[in-house]
Design a protein around this ligand. Sequence first.
Ligand SMILES: Nc1ncnc2c1ncn2[C@@H]1O[C@H](COP(=O)(O)OP(=O)(O)OP(=O)(O)O)[C@@H](O)[C@H]1O
Ligand SMILES: [Mg+2]
Length: 335
Amino acid sequence: MTVPAPLQGGPLQAGPPPGGTGPGPGFVAAVIETSALTKRYPGAVTALDQLTVRVGPGITGLVGANGAGKSTLIKILLGLLAPTSGRVAVLGLDCSRDAERIRARCGYMPEHDCLPPDVTGTEFVAHMGRMSGLPPTAAKERAAESLRHVGLYEERYRQIGTYSTGMKQRVKLAQALVGDPQLLLLDEPTIGLDPAGRAAMLDLVSRIGTEFGISILVSSHLLGEIEQICDHLVAIDGGRLLRADTMTNFTQVSQVLLVEVDEGTALLEAELAARGLQPRRDERALLVQIGSGETYDAVRDAVADLGLPLNRLEQRRRRVEELFRDDVPDREGAA
Ligand SMILES: Nc1ncnc2c1ncn2[C@@H]1O[C@H](COP(=O)(O)OP(=O)(O)OP(=O)(O)O)[C@@H](O)[C@H]1O
Ligand SMILES: [Mg+2]
């Protein structure tokens, strides 16, 4: 296998630091790197706005609301769309100059359906294998393997037009896998699926990442989903980077105590306020800022003195959803 030449010069050089004999012990080559990436569509729509982000190996979630710019970014990474300005590299290759080499190394699962209804799953996936450069026999073998892997082996001789939505998503995933990619770009793989189908698809994506060791960028506007399978997260909003970090850092414990009683929440709220703790409501629970170790004792005493049935008392974890909310009570800097 040829090793991609790193980009020369500029802020995106994906090789080891200059001057050394090789990468240091902590050096991890970027899988995706963008620098001041901007995309404007005709009609004054800025889909990506000075986006600078670095994505390493592993499973990375690309999250953002509808219209945040996720699909635009993925298409630019594949060289299917040209950026208005800025630089972007995938697997050390420049997306403007080396788009074909990038596409040869990436599997792409597009957001919208693009499936021919009157061919069988196996014919379609084998055809996509041929398109990615495999000889005919290898393409057939790889197609069967990919279809088996996504759970469509039994249905592989059925016409795609007869597939359910879940099966169509799976055949899209199989064609992304068939060329033995180094990187998978999955644009909303759970779109249109019911909860069980979403869970199965996420499990599949997670297993592909861990068992095959393929790096994956998976987009979703459903933040709760992405939390489950990613080790890194890139959050964008209005084409701008909101935050890029490890999942652990996103969800680390906050300095907020969550207390939930089965009944008497209003009573407890008043009691905590009387003890100077300034409780805030969060659906059925109350949130209290942790000032010192005594906060725990004060909350416990308040619950005990009122004789209320305590359901939960825990230090709250951040939720990824909070990134996109302005009214978050515990948004103090990451501890
Ligand atoms: N071909 C186009 N021409 C003009 N505007 C476009 C085009 N494609 C996308 N846009 C606009 O660019 C912005 C980003 O769109 P994009 O499809 O990248 O977002 P997204 O995050 O993938 O959204 P979704 O979750 O709905 O798929 C949106 O405002 C969209 O309306
Ligand atoms: Mg999209």
